[in-house]
Design a protein around this ligand. Structure first.
Ligand SMILES: Cc1cc2nc3c(=O)[nH]c(=O)nc-3n(C[C@H](O)[C@H](O)[C@H](O)COP(=O)(O)OP(=O)(O)OC[C@H]3O[C@@H](n4cnc5c(N)ncnc54)[C@H](O)[C@@H]3O)c2cc1C
Length: 611
């Protein structure tokens, strides 16, 4: 919708100047903000929802750190598991840094006030999660630190409260629209105050994107409805790339027909998956680790059982997660949130009956490419393997970023870790950079910022005081547009993919692109106009869908969460590389080498995965 209004007069802007702008108040944004604000920086934290509604609040199972509180552990084993789990696409220096930092960062969270569940001896409680091992792939490790099954809720609220105490300036319910660049440096952004419909221009030395995931491109997903990939689309519109966008994790246990997550903690505590014959079928797919195999393996196993007619229920279209053999008290104490979700959305009490489940899109492994310091990376030349360098003034952290610790598949408990480790690392880098910044490198003064015409046109489209109804027979809406996009991606680019179905989706996305230009808007209000916000979100979702589709078509192998029926094997010879997707000035792909060498320990060469 935004491009079709030909009004290039810039609406009035409220102007702000801060040291650092952070877009996104989930775990990643809040962790970075805290570090910067405590160091004396002027920080503006912009969020399209009230901070504690960010998707981090929904994280259930926990955060990984080799604390060794229950059984022996070692961060090298954590690193090995993460590299293997990533199907060797993860950058080993980034994984090394994250796993090494994990024990310190979790204890730091504890000191901030996160109320971790405790063992009898007072230490932090840990549970086993999928893909975790002791002694480099031997016995199951117990590495996931948890606050019952509400770990994200506890972390988010604690970080929010610490930011309030530190005095971080929070712009709640502000929708960030686009980045402003001058001389190839990011100098600020334009945002909409949702409550009033007024526009704001924020200027800063550094802009940090922490806008979370985009699971809303799929029909069945575990994500909050706000997870629409806004930061990713902002980066694409600025002519910068996204990386590894073909890799989407389908969580094996979403509530069947609904999508909400039943955490891996349920299997960590002893839950068993059963097919329609009552068989614990994971033994056939992963004889050693069974139900705690990594998520891509379990999701494909479930999809295969259903596909081969061994599903549950009258239509044999789901699988059951059986907790009925567990102690009722354990379920009440360790899995209260899961029991509540099951009771609310299916009416089933897992103490007495199995929960119907189906794989549900959960997590985006790809995102905005960054280095270890959170600096956004781009390629300066447009050949197939262009030179990579940081974009001045721009950082990305959390799920929207791809520092590449998850590669082709994320292990459970590693995202909460990623967001706090790299949230802090990016903040530290900004502090070092700005301390040494010379006056000549400073961005233009507040009054000098020029808003590009493309952004002005999009602002004007929102501002239009008349509803856009185009033609009487156009019954389209933001709701049907989004649903159609989700259906296309679910059908053509889901758990299993092949060339024919993928290529067929190209013309369907192109049709949506046309529909977007004349998408009718019915609500003329300026204040709290959520329909127009959703129109921007639809545009962002479509950009993310293109990145996903084109990358999935190009990668002619199966690796991690990217399972091609027509190319079932991993092909390290051709495809042990990252894929970069650019949407502007033209749609194209490029490649970037995988970092296969950690900094301090020996590299882990690719081996075939055996479960
Ligand atoms: C149901 C569920 C359970 C999970 N459980 C676990 C778990 O147990 N362990 C684990 O490690 N991981 C888990 N994950 C993954 C993990 O929770 C997320 O990857 C992580 O919390 C993302 O944090 P974030 O800070 O990057 O983004 P989010 O928490 O999603 O925050 C994004 C922020 O960006 C803001 N934003 C977005 N767009 C705009 C815009 N245009 N303008 C202004 N603001 C904007 C939002 O308002 C929000 O504040 C789970 C995920 C889900 C969905």
């Amino acid at each position: 919708m935004p491009h079709s209004v030909a009004d290039d007069t810039c609406p009035p802007l409220h102007r702000h100047r801060y040291d650092v702008l952070i877009v996104g108040a989930g775990g990643a944004g809040l962790r970075a903000a805290l570090e910067l604000q405590r160091a004396g920086k002027q920080v503006a934290l912009i969020s399209k929802v009230y901070p504690t509604r960010s998707h981090t609040v929904a994280a259930q199972g926990g955060i990984n750190a080799a604390l060794g509180n229950i059984s022996e552990d070692n961060w090298h084993w954590h690193m090995f598991d993460t590299i293997k789990g990533s199907d060797y696409l993860g950058d080993q220096d980034a994984i090394e840094y994250m796993c090494q930092q994990a024990p310190r960062i979790v204890r730091e969270l504890e000191h901030f006030g996160v109320p971790f569940s405790r063992l009898d001896d007072g230490k932090i409680y840990q549970r086993p999660f999928g893909g975790q091992s002791q002694h480099f792939g031997q016995s199951q490790a117990t590495r996931t630190c948890a606050v019952a099954d509400r770990t994200g809720h506890a972390i988010l609220h604690t970080l929010y409260q610490q930011n309030l105490a530190a005095g971080t300036q929070i712009f709640s319910e502000f929708f960030s629209l686009d980045l402003i660049l001058e001389d190839q440096r990011v100098v600020g952004l334009v945002a909409l105050e949702i409550a009033t419909g007024q526009w704001h221009q924020f200027q800063a030395d550094a802009v940090l994107l922490a806008t979370g995931g985009a699971g809303q491109i799929y029909r069945t997903n575990t994500n909050a409805s706000i997870n629409t990939g806004d930061g990713l689309a902002m980066v694409l519109r600025a002519g910068l790339p996204l990386m590894d966008m073909e890799f989407w994790q389908f969580h094996p246990t979403g509530v069947a027909g609904r999508g909400m997550l039943i955490s891996e903690a349920a299997r960590g505590e002893g839950g068993i998956l059963r097919n329609g014959l009552g068989d614990a079928f994971m033994a056939n797919y992963a004889p050693k680790v069974k139900d705690l195999a990594s998520r891509d393996i379990v999701s494909r196993a479930i999809a295969t059982e259903i596909h081969q007619g061994r599903g549950c229920g009258p239509n044999k279209d789901y699988i059951e997660l059986d907790l009925t053999h567990l102690d009722a008290e354990l379920i009440k104490q360790k899995l209260p949130g899961i029991r509540e979700i099951s009771l609310t959305f299916t009416g089933i009490d897992p103490i007495t009956q199995p929960i119907p489940i189906h794989p549900s899109c959960h997590y985006m492994m790809g995102g905005i490419p960054t280095n270890l310091h959170g600096q956004v990376m781009t390629q300066v030349t447009s050949d197939a393997n262009g030179e990579n360098q940081p974009v001045a003034g721009l950082y990305a952290i959390g799920e929207c970023a791809c520092v590449s610790v998850h590669g082709a598949n994320r292990l459970g408990g590693n995202s909460l870790l990623d967001i706090v480790v790299f949230g802090k690392a990016a903040a530290e880098h900004i502090l070092n950079q700005t301390e040494t910044r010379t006056e000549t490198a400073a961005p233009a003064k507040l009054s000098n910022l020029t808003i590009p015409e493309s952004i002005i046109a999009r602002m004007a489209a929102y501002q239009a005081d008349k509803p856009k109804t185009n033609s009487g027979d156009n019954h389209d809406s933001v709701v049907t547009f989004k649903r159609d996009l989700q259906k296309i991606m679910q059908r053509h680019c889901g758990v299993f993919r092949d060339q024919t179905t993928l290529v067929a989706a190209r013309s369907k996305l192109a049709e949506l692109e046309q529909r977007l230009l004349s998408l009718p808007l019915h609500d003329p209000a300026q204040a709290f106009n959520l329909e127009r916000i959703q129109a921007f979100e639809c545009e962002n979702l479509l950009a993310v869908a293109w990145a996903t589709l084109e990358s999935a078509i190009a990668r002619t192998e199966s690796r991690g969460a990217h399972a091609r029926d027509d190319f079932p094997d991993r092909d390290d010879q051709a495809w042990l590389v990252h894929l970069l997707f650019f949407n502007q000035p033209e749609r194209r792909l490029s490649q970037k080498p995988v970092q296969q060498q950690p900094k301090t320990v020996a590299a882990f060469p690719p081996i075939k995965r055996v479960y």
